[in-house]
Ligand binder design. Structure first.
Ligand code: G6P
Length: 368
């Protein structure tokens, strides 16, 4: 069936605006009346999960960035150690994978060659493989032992948006599900986290209603040579995805740095007017990141901060700020990435690039 752009100029913009719906679809039927997570497609028992000594998340591109958030969520809710690797690296490093390892592969298309190879290598070594994928019937969906489907619908634009937020949500549900099975989380905490999940589609709607606000910042980075994204913890994971989005479609050089690492290298590149986009949604790390913002500002950076509603004190340290609705820390990436998607879209639009089909890139990479 032919997917239409409707009133949108590009598939990417349409897909950004579909996110409230695709998040709703991805959680539909997976939360019961008692705020318990229901995933019959992953019939791992408490005993089987207890045998798992380590999980491995393996993916490419945007799906790898979703995995970074997945690692954080699974480790913090279950205390099971999670390693993460890029699929094209994993298979050549003689990975330490056995039948006590659960390997989670993430792939929008389910057809990425390196991810398929990582799945097969893991199974050869005795591990069970759980696939988070958006395409039912894809190679990865068919070969995995368990499939957690994201329900983002067909994604046409090469730059992934709605598939990424669906992957993030899938990881949140998965982490909660494992924690529920292993009883590493009390019922009250789980229930309040699930309440937070239920609010996400509406919160994304609120962000999208103010989509135009991001245009002024896009204007200011058009003619810049480099853009830097910084953040700590989960904000760093979002910074990596934001930077990828920008370079994919605007062709402006960008880098993402863990905020504390800035002074170990990238700070040398900051000069008068260099745009620095600081993600500051981690409440406990707020002051730490603000001190990194000050380091950049002292070298002339023009800083845009992304933080949560109420953190008005950030305005003292940045040139512009963008606020996202309040949510649990684990879910902040799902909201914080939305203005970043819009930023890359509007930048690319103003530059006149082919937004849905950027040069040199393919939607699905089926060669190794
Ligand atoms: C390509 C796409 C990216 C995607 C990556 C992994 O590079 O352009 O948007 O993140 O492949 O694709 P997958 O289908 O495995 O998620």
């Amino acid at each position: 069936e032919q997917v239409q752009k409707g009133p949108y100029e590009h598939y990417m913009l349409k897909e950004i605006h579909e996110q409230p719906l695709t998040l709703r679809n991805t959680m539909a039927g997976r939360i019961d009346g008692g705020n318990r997570i229901v995933l019959p497609e992953i019939p791992l028992t408490e005993q089987e999960l207890q045998r798992i000594e380590k999980m491995y998340i393996v993916a490419c591109g945007t799906a790898y960035h979703a995995g970074l958030v997945g690692k954080f969520a699974i480790e913090s809710l279950t205390r099971i150690p999670v390693e993460i690797d890029i699929a094209s690296e994993f298979r050549y490093r003689d990975p330490i994978v056995s039948d006590n390892t659960l390997v989670i592969v993430v792939s929008q298309s389910g057809e990425t060659a390196d991810t398929i190879a990582a799945l097969q290598e893991s199974q050869r070594r005795g591990a069970k493989v759980l696939a988070v994928t958006n395409v039912a019937g894809s190679t990865i969906a068919r070969q995995a032992d368990y499939v957690l489907a994201t329900k983002a619908g067909p994604e046409i634009a090469v730059a992934s948006t709605k598939a990424y937020t669906a992957q993030l949500l899938a990881f949140e549900l998965l982490a909660l599900y494992f924690a529920q099975t292993l009883r590493t989380l009390d019922d009250e905490t789980r229930s309040s986290l699930v309440d937070g999940i239920k609010q996400l589609p509406h919160q994304v709607e609120k962000l999208l209603a103010n989509a135009d606000e991001i245009k002024w910042f896009a204007e200011s980075i058009l003619d810049r040579r480099s853009v830097f994204f910084i953040g700590r913890g989960l904000d760093y994971a979002v910074a990596l995805e934001a930077s990828l989005k920008l370079k994919e479609i605007s062709y402006i050089h960008s880098e993402a740095y863990a905020a504390g690492e800035l002074k170990h290298g990238s700070l040398a590149l900051v000069e008068e007017g260099t745009p620095v986009i600081a993600l500051v949604t981690h409440q406990q790390l707020f002051e730490k990141t603000v001190s990194n913002i000050k380091e950049a500002k002292a070298r002339g950076a023009r800083v845009m901060g992304v933080t949560v509603d109420g953190n008005v004190e950030l305005l003292d340290s940045v040139d512009e700020a963008c606020f996202i609705p309040r949510t649990h820390q684990l879910f902040a990436p799902i909201l914080a990435v939305v203005p970043m998607q819009l930023l890359s879209y509007y930048t690319s639009l103003a530059l006149g690039n082919d937004i849905d089909k950027p040069r040199n890139l393919a939607k699905s990479v089926t060669v190794e």
